[in-house]
Design a protein around this ligand. Structure first.
Ligand code: GDP
Ligand code: IMO
Ligand code: MG
Length: 427
């Protein structure tokens, strides 16, 4: 027994929310370990679609303890909105949700800083979700930030004013106009709301759960190619999105990490700026966007779309030590005559490589593709791997051979029931 980690192997939005929901009955604890309201995790069941930003995706199961870990950045305003939206479902949020006192707090001026920095970057902007993620993590690392536990201290208002003043100095330097008054009033009301929840030292909870042999799932946000160290820097988010992030983001020792579920789409998407070697700025990209409904769950922005990128996928599997693969959105490719997969990159000097070059940013890689015949079949009535249309079975076998791991789950639609599982592999 140990902590299983579930994370995205691409640029986010792989379908992590759906698979956490599918796997949740096997777990007693579900914990978010990084990211914040930049995440948008979609769950669909009983004809209802839910999008979670900060609350772990195990929240719909009554017997699961959900934890927002210390590695998360939490915005009390967005938290209250999420909690309010869930109130009609009769969930015991106050009983089942625990928030780490060490999680970093996003205050309203963090969002302003995000906007000011993005404006400054002009055409080189990251395409941030503008939720204040980068500035909140920067304050954490600069040892200036506020944490959830601070809201319980009598000195909270004073600490808040100090941090806000330092932000205002930066905003003035950037000549960024703002009006904080309304946002601040809302913020303090939402901080009071947050105090109604269990604010805890969650590392004790998790380690006690480990000691008592409970099953624990760590839910990643974003994706490996957005990781602060290994992603396409600087077009990344500001946290450690990889399996190692679950250790620092929850207070779990590396030896306790068990399975690592790596999730990828049967193709590729990205929101925001930055390199995307297999991007299709053509009818194919349009078709993927339309069929896959590729619009951001947090910002509504159209997602950039392209073919599956195996060098990038192998890289993500390597740095995360993936033990179980999950392929999402196979159904999106149902109508395609041909499906392409990038197997290698050709560099500017003609070298062909399977490795991700450091200067991916300069746009010097040309993808080398292998083409597969499409299956041109609806997957609605496919419930087992054995029922896959031949062309899809071939696509899956090729990926399994190339990636060196079986695909344990294959998702064929947004609903939790549209999920095929390889029983033989999982045991
Ligand atoms: P996350 O951030 O990784 O949780 O993913 P998002 O929720 O941002 O984006 C995934 C989107 O794809 C959501 O709208 C899901 O409802 C949807 N989705 C998940 N799995 C499938 C699938 O197998 N097929 C289709 N067509 N949609 C899916
Ligand atoms: P989930 O958990 C997809 C992207 C943004 C931007 C970059 C930095 O739903 O998969 P930030 O707001 O962190 O400063 O943005 O990262 N990004 C995501 N893209 N899915 C996400 O989360 C993302 N969270 C951030 O679009 O390019
Ligand atoms: Mg998402």
């Amino acid at each position: 027994m140990g902590v299983d980690v579930l994370l995205g192997l691409q640029w986010g939005d792989e379908g992590k929310g759906k698979i956490v929901d599918v796997l949740a009955p096997r777990y007693q604890v579900v914990a978010r370990f990084q990211g914040g309201p930049n995440a948008g995790h979609t769950l669909e069941f009983d004809g209802i679609k839910h999008v979670l930003h900060q609350i772990p995706s195990g929240i719909f199961r009554a017997d699961i303890r959900n934890i927002i870990g210390n590695g998360v950045v939490l915005d009390p305003v967005i938290f209250k909105k999420e909690a309010d939206a869930l109130s009609k479902y009769n969930l015991d949020l106050r009983g089942n949700l625990h928030i780490s006192k060490k999680a970093a707090l996003i205050i309203p001026s963090h969002r302003l800083l995000d906007a000011a920095y993005e404006r400054e970057k002009g055409e080189h902007r990251i395409g941030s979700t503008l939720k204040g993620i980068g500035p909140a993590y920067a304050d954490k690392v600069s040892r200036l930030g506020l944490r959830v536990g601070d809201v319980l201290s009598p000195g909270f208002r004073r600490k808040y004013e100090g941090l806000k003043a330092s932000h205002e100095a930066i905003l003035q330097f950037h000549r960024f106009e703002y009006d904080l008054a309304a946002a601040e009033a809302e913020f303090f009301a939402c901080v009071d709301f947050m105090k109604e929840f269990h604010l805890v030292d969650s590392e004790y909870l998790i380690n006690e759960a480990l000691r008592t042999q409970q099953t624990i799932l760590a839910e990643g946000a974003q994706g490996s190619l957005l990781d602060i160290d290994f992603g396409s820097y600087p077009y990344v988010t500001s946290s450690s999105t990889m399996a190692a992030g679950a250790c620092t983001g929850l207070g779990v020792a590396p030896r306790h990490i068990a399975e690592v579920y790596g999730i990828f789409k049967a193709y590729c998407t990205r929101v925001g700026g930055g390199p995307f070697p297999t991007e299709q700025l053509n009818d194919i990209g349009e078709a993927l966007r339309k069929e896959g409904n590729e619009y951001g769950a947090t910002t509504g922005r159209p997602r950039r779309c392209g073919w599956l990128d195996l060098p990038a996928l192998k890289y993500a599997m390597m740095i995360n030590g993936v033990t179980r693969l999950v392929m999402m959105k196979a159904d999106v490719l149902n109508g395609f005559d041909e499906i392409r997969v990038c197997t290698h990159y050709r560099l500017a000097d003609g070298t062909v490589t399977e490795q991700l070059p450091h200067d991916l940013l300069e746009g010097t890689v040309e993808p080398v593709y292998q083409t597969f015949k499409g299956w041109k079949t609806d997957l609605k009535d496919v419930h087992h791997f054995g029922q896959l249309p031949e062309a899809l079975a071939r696509y899956v076998s090729f990926l399994e051979e190339t990636l060196g791991l079986p695909i344990n789950f294959l998702s064929t639609g947004p609903d939790r029931v549209a999920t095929l599982q390889r029983e033989a592999v999982l045991g």
